[in-house]
Design a protein. Structure first.
Length: 175
């Protein structure tokens, strides 16, 4: 049975590092990392390199591009899956409304559970506690990601908020 963990936090909160530690500590030998960042910008490329340097070289990587659910399905059969950057996938999906964001979250959760890893970890940004967006597009993204994160959290076995590198359990037992 899959244990689904949602890790949320702000920018540079330590959420990815925490998620990587959880996966590394679960004893899984067959891990796949589903990446959502698109290379091509110097600062993004540097962030991708830093994430790669932290991960064990034995972990497989699947690049999601714009097809998140297909990438998660490609990870099926591995003993642990780490999907890092759900928020980026929501941004790339150009979702029409909160319902579409909720459906995407449900589809991702279903695909993770159908893939039957022992541990599935989804990392997403929490953008609702920061600066109020100044554009309509920014407000729409914040709202859609909030709806999607709520849907993921509802279906997760455990939800952890990472603040200043410290995990705070919102749902489920510390593990």
């Amino acid at each position: 049975m899959t244990h689904l963990l949602l890790v949320v936090g702000g920018a540079r909160s330590g959420k990815s590092a925490y998620a990587e530690q959880r996966v590394a500590g679960c004893g899984a030998t067959d891990v796949v990392y589903v990446a959502t960042m698109l290379p091509g910008e110097p600062d993004v490329d540097a962030r991708i390199a830093a994430h790669r340097a932290r991960r064990p070289t034995s972990w497989a990587t699947v690049e999601a591009g714009g097809e998140l659910v297909a990438a998660v399905r490609q990870a099926a059969g591995h003993s642990a899956v780490l999907l890092d950057g759900f928020d980026l996938a929501v941004a790339l999906a150009h979702l029409a409304d909160d319902d579409a964001a909720t459906r995407l979250a449900g589809d991702v959760g279903t695909a993770l559970r159908e893939g039957a890893p022992s541990l599935a970890v989804v990392v997403s940004a929490e953008v609702g506690m920061g600066v109020v967006p100044s554009s309509a597009a920014g407000v729409a993204f914040r709202d859609r990601l909030g709806a999607a994160n709520q849907a993921l959290a509802a279906g997760a076995d455990e939800v952890v908020l990472v603040v200043a590198g410290l995990p705070l359990w919102l749902k489920g037992a510390p593990g």
